[in-house]
Ligand binder design. Structure first.
Ligand code: SF4
Length: 246
C-alpha cells in the first residue's frame, strides 16, 4: 500500500529528537500501517492501514518540522508501522531532504521489519543512507507465530542491504521461551555471520509495557537471559559482531 500521491503519506506521528532510531540524534517519522501483526508490538495502533484523510500528511508539513529540528539532529529516520509499506512516500521524503540546502547534510535512515520485495530497496537505496532491520526469528515457524508472516523477505532484505552497503544494524528482539533457545541463537549467529561477520547487532529484551495482552502472557527475558543471548551470539565462530544489548 502506498499513499495516494508521493507528496502525501499516512503519518502516525513524529518525534523531534530520538536517540534510539539510528545513529546520533534523529528526527523520527512513524508511518501508519504495517504488514506484520507482532505479538510483541509496542505500537499496535500503527498496524491498521489508514484510509481516507486520517493521518494524511504532506512532505511540506514534514519539512517544516524537520527544519525546526535541523540544528540539533544528525539525520532523520522513517519508521512505523512499517516504513516500506509507503516506499514511494519515503523516497519522496528522503529526496526532498537531500535536495534542501538547509537539510541536505542530514542522513536518511529506514527502520523496517524487512518484509518487502527487493524492488522496494532498489527504489530507496539511491536516496537512503542506512537501514535498521528487525529479525524477529530465524526459524520460519517461530517467526510466523510471532508476526503472523513468513521471514523469507526479511532474510533476503538483510542480505541485499548488506550487499548494497546500507545495512546499518540488525535488531534481534528476545522473547523468553519463544525465540531464545540457545541452539536457535547459535544458528542465528551463524546465519548473520555468513552475511557479515562484523555485523552491528542490537539485542533487545522484550518489555511487556505497551504490548497487547496475550494468553498465555508473554515473558520478558531477565537481565541474565539477555546477557546469555548476547554472549552466545558473540561466540559465533568466525564472527566479530558489534553487539549492543538493551
Ligand atoms: S513490524 Fe513493528 S510495527 Fe509492525 S506489528 Fe511488528 S512490532 Fe508492530
Amino acid at each position: 500500500m502506498t499513499g495516494p500521491l508521493t507528496d502525501t503519506g499516512f503519518v502516525a506521528g513524529t518525534i523531534t529528537f530520538s536517540v534510539v532510531d539510528g545513529p546520533g540524534n534523529r528526527f523520527a517519522i512513524f508511518l501508519q500501517g504495517c504488514n506484520f501483526d507482532c505479538v510483541v508490538c509496542h505500537n499496535p495502533q500503527t498496524i491498521p492501514h489508514a484510509e481516507g484523510t486520517h493521518f494524511l500528511t504532506t512532505i511540506d508539513d514534514l519539512l517544516v518540522k524537520i527544519r525546526k529540528a535541523a540544528p540539533f539532529i544528525s539525520g532523520i529516520t522513517v519508521s512505523g508501522g512499517e516504513a516500506t509499506q509507503q516506499a514511494e512516500f519515503v523516497h519522496a521524503i528522503f529526496s526532498a531532504v537531500k535536495a534542501d540546502p538547509q537539510l541536505g547534510r542530514l542522513t536518511c535512515f529506514v527502520d523496517s521489519n524487512g518484509a518487502c520485495p527487493q524492488s522496494t530497496w532498489e527504489l530507496l537505496a539511491p536516496v537512503m543512507d542506512g537501514a535498521m532491520i528487525d529479525l524477529k526469528c530465524l526459524d520460519p515457524e517461530i517467526h510466523r507465530s510471532m508476526t503472523a508472516q513468513p521471514n523469507d523477505e526479511v532474510l533476503a532484505s538483510i542480505r541485499l542491504l548488506h550487499t548494497l552497503g546500507i545495512l546499518y544494524e540488525v535488531r534481534l528482539l528476545l522473547l523468553a521461551g519463544v525465540n531464545d533457545d540457545p541452539a536457535l541463537l547459535r544458528r542465528t549467529g551463524e546465519w548473520l555471520a555468513e552475511v557479515d561477520p562484523h555485523m552491528r547487532l542490537k539485542v533487545i529484551g522484550f518489555r511487556a509495557h505497551g504490548a497487547r495482552p496475550h494468553d498465555p502472557p508473554l515473558v520478558e527475558p531477565s537481565a541474565d537471559q539477555r546477557e546469555a543471548a548476547a554472549t552466545l551470539l558473540a561466540a559465533t565462530p568466525g564472527a566479530d559482531f558489534d553487539i549492543c544489548l538493551i
